[in-house]
Design a protein around this ligand. Structure first.
Ligand code: SF4
Length: 670
């Protein structure tokens, strides 16, 4: 697909936007000139113009979003912007782009309503660099399938009053929405089972054979993308696209550059998409979808029913033979397993093929049967890879979550894959985040992601950390690995929460530790205490924001992407240095691979990874120039060990103390 030709904003330079008395200063009532923002914008501008890769660490408060959006707009290229979360994706599209669009336009009054319209921002560019169009793309399950909605009106696919009520809302909305993106229906529950039956996942999509194809929300999304200059995606969609492009397919149209925001998440997400997985749920869903389709299209038979029951039974038998306990377990014994259980494995492959054949041999197979056939064969291919490929560049592991079993194969090292499919294939890749550098260097990020040639830049934060934040590391606590730690840490947390008057996040590296300490602390403090896992993440955060003096106990998912500016969050306590669990199969395999190559995994992988994670966790506290607060780390290995210095060198220049009275004194002035 050809890229749109826009005139690059050669006459425009980012300096005209971000410089002292630049355009932004006139547009934004609270705009402050930020040297770092200008430096980043110029570096991005240069990288895009010269087809270079760039890594930028831009601390919180540098205004990094505009610092990459403006040069992307001015570049004249089609640029993909990829974010770590859908939240940031929406913030860019509904807040930052309309802001720029409104001001960049020669005809502000005429274009402002368009800029705010979901779907795209039309003619938002100044004439001197041509019209600008922006769109966002999400994964298919975020969009409604019109055909499924129409079918559901005629056929009984909904169960219970709740599904019927949700369906009514979705049906009404489908008639007016321009995008079909479920994020528009604010009242729809996160885990709506009605939505799961009506979304546009490819599993049941008949593509061009569908009567709704021309007006399908997925078709419209692709059309908007094909006409857009800036395409905002998330890392999941980006890597889903990259893996299918590898095989000759593609979701995102051709582009000249990609900018990753929240780039510290790239390795994990890439690992997921370059990996292979198959789960017990997929067997259940396949059987359920085929049964439902057979009922709807009237091709059911006893023979098909028997095959689907056999598939379910055989899959259950095979998966139960792994006997994995809750959590993630490495699995290296495929050959021995097959020797003992070859028949159980072959039975599943046979049942999958039988399902595919029975659908293919139907007298008049409905169009919807075609994706089912492909799905059954793809499952067989993935199971076969997991059991037999023996590819040493993958780590094979099993995850048991509740009643679900997942067989996973993850590339041990995504660097080579990214080098080939991303950095070699795309002219300019910009990676940015508040946490990419370790001790001011990018060696770790470069190595993990396979970036060979990249310019680098560290943009210091605009905040005055020495004045705004105090880092406290108590010296009397036992080593966090000792059994005495829980009681001592709980006492210290009670003291700290008393001084901070609640208003704190207490962040843990494990669920078990969180629960143990929560049980002790929650009884001792007079504040509302909230714990991760007792409600949806967004509801917990909302409660924290709206409850005076609340305290939230949480683990890794709250270490990033959480923004609570102001006094409501005045203290962040972290139990220990966030080293990745060495017994986790993926971490274990990565450590072993570095050791096998003669490297030192502790210093080249584990410490830098933990330093970046700690910077993320502490980054929750200071979100604006007026925030103040205390960061407490209950793990004094940071002051006792030589490697501790790497953590200090990687954190912003907080004021530092080991004495609790200084904390008390600090809070007297907060
Ligand atoms: S083309 Fe596919 S996703 Fe779109 S409406 Fe038809 S079946 Fe649904």
């Amino acid at each position: 697909m050809p890229q749109p030709q826009r005139q690059a904003g050669a006459a425009m330079s980012v300096r005209r936007f971000f410089g002292k008395n630049g355009l932004l200063s006139g547009w934004h009532p609270n705009y402050e000139y930020r040297e770092g923002q200008l430096a980043m914008a110029e570096a991005v501008e240069k990288a895009l113009a010269e087809n270079k890769h760039l890594i930028v660490e831009a601390g919180t408060g540098t205004g990094k979003t505009l610092a990459y959006l403006v040069p992307a707009i001015l570049s004249g290229k089609r640029v993909v912007v990829s974010t770590g979360t859908k939240n940031l994706q929406e913030q860019l599209f509904f807040k930052d782009i309309p802001f720029l669009a409104q001001h960049l336009s020669d005809d502000t009054a005429q274009n402002a309503p368009d800029a705010a319209r979901p779907g795209d921002v039309r003619r938002a560019g100044r004439s001197e660099f041509g019209p600008l169009r922006v769109c966002y793309m999400k994964g298919r399950s975020n969009y409604a399938c019109r055909q499924k909605i129409y079918d559901a009106e005629k056929e009984p696919v909904l169960d219970g009053l709740e599904e019927v009520a949700d369906f009514e809302v979705i049906r009404q909305w489908e008639q007016t929405t321009g995008t079909g993106d479920r994020a528009e229906i604010k009242t729809l529950p996160e885990k709506s089972s009605a939505w799961a039956k009506l979304d546009a996942r490819s599993d049941l999509c008949t593509g061009q054979k569908c009567q709704q194809f021309e007006r399908c929300f997925i078709t419209l999304m692709h059309q908007r993308a094909a006409e857009s200059d800036i395409i905002i995606v998330n890392h999941h969609l980006f890597f889903a696209d990259l893996t299918v492009k590898k095989d000759g397919g593609g979701i995102i149209p051709e582009y000249g550059a990609v900018i990753f925001d929240e780039a510290h998440e790239v390795e994990d997400v890439a690992g997921q998409y370059f990996g292979v997985s198959i789960s017990s749920y997929q067997f259940e869903e396949l059987a359920r979808d085929i049964s439902a389709l057979a009922r709807r299209k009237d091709f059911g038979s006893q023979e098909l029913d028997r095959t689907l029951i056999t598939l379910g039974d055989k899959a259950t038998i095979l998966l139960s033979l792994f006997g994995a306990s809750e959590g993630r377990t490495g699995f290296r014994a495929q050959a021995a397993f097959l020797e003992k259980n070859d028949q159980a494995y072959r039975d599943v492959l046979y049942a999958l093929e039988l399902v595919a054949l029975q659908l293919e041999l139907l007298k008049a197979p409905p169009d919807e049967a075609i994706p089912m056939v492909a799905r059954a064969r793809d499952m067989a291919r993935r199971l076969n890879f997991w059991m037999e490929s023996n590819d040493k560049s993958y780590v094979y592991w099993i995850e048991r979550r509740g009643r679900g079993i997942f067989l996973q194969a993850t590339p041990i090292d995504v660097a080579g894959l990214l080098d080939e499919n991303l950095f070699d294939a795309i002219d300019s890749v910009v990676l940015t985040s508040a946490t990419l550098a370790v001790s001011g260097e990018f060696e770790y990020t470069k190595q993990r992601l396979g970036v060979r040639n990249a310019r680098t830049l560290v943009v210091p934060s605009h905040f005055d950390y020495g004045r705004q934040a105090l880092l406290y590391v108590p010296q009397t606590l036992p080593d966090p690995r000792s059994p005495a730690f829980v009681a001592a840490a709980a006492d210290e947390i009670v003291e700290l929460l008393t001084l901070s008057r609640g208003r704190a996040f207490v962040l843990f590296t494990s669920y078990q530790q969180m629960r143990l300490i929560y049980d002790r602390v929650s009884l001792e403090v007079p504040f509302q205490t909230l714990m991760q896992g007792t409600g949806p993440r967004s509801a917990l955060l909302e409660e924290f924001r709206s409850t005076p003096n609340a305290v939230l106990f949480a683990t890794s998912s709250f270490w990033q992407g959480v923004d609570v500016p102001g006094e409501q969050l005045s203290c962040v306590i972290i139990d220990k240095l966030p080293f990745a669990v060495p017994s986790d199969p993926v971490v274990e395999a990565r450590i072993a691979a570095i050791r096998d190559e003669g490297g030192d995994p502790f210093h080249s992988y584990q410490v830098p990874q933990a330093a970046i994670a700690l910077k993320q966790g502490f980054g929750r506290l200071i979100r604006s120039r007026s925030d103040r607060g205390v960061l407490a780390l209950l793990d004094n290995r940071i002051t006792r060990t030589r490697y501790g210095q790497i953590f200090f060198d990687s954190l912003p220049p907080y004021r530092f103390t080991t004495r609790r009275p200084e904390v008390e004194n600090f809070f007297k002035h907060v």
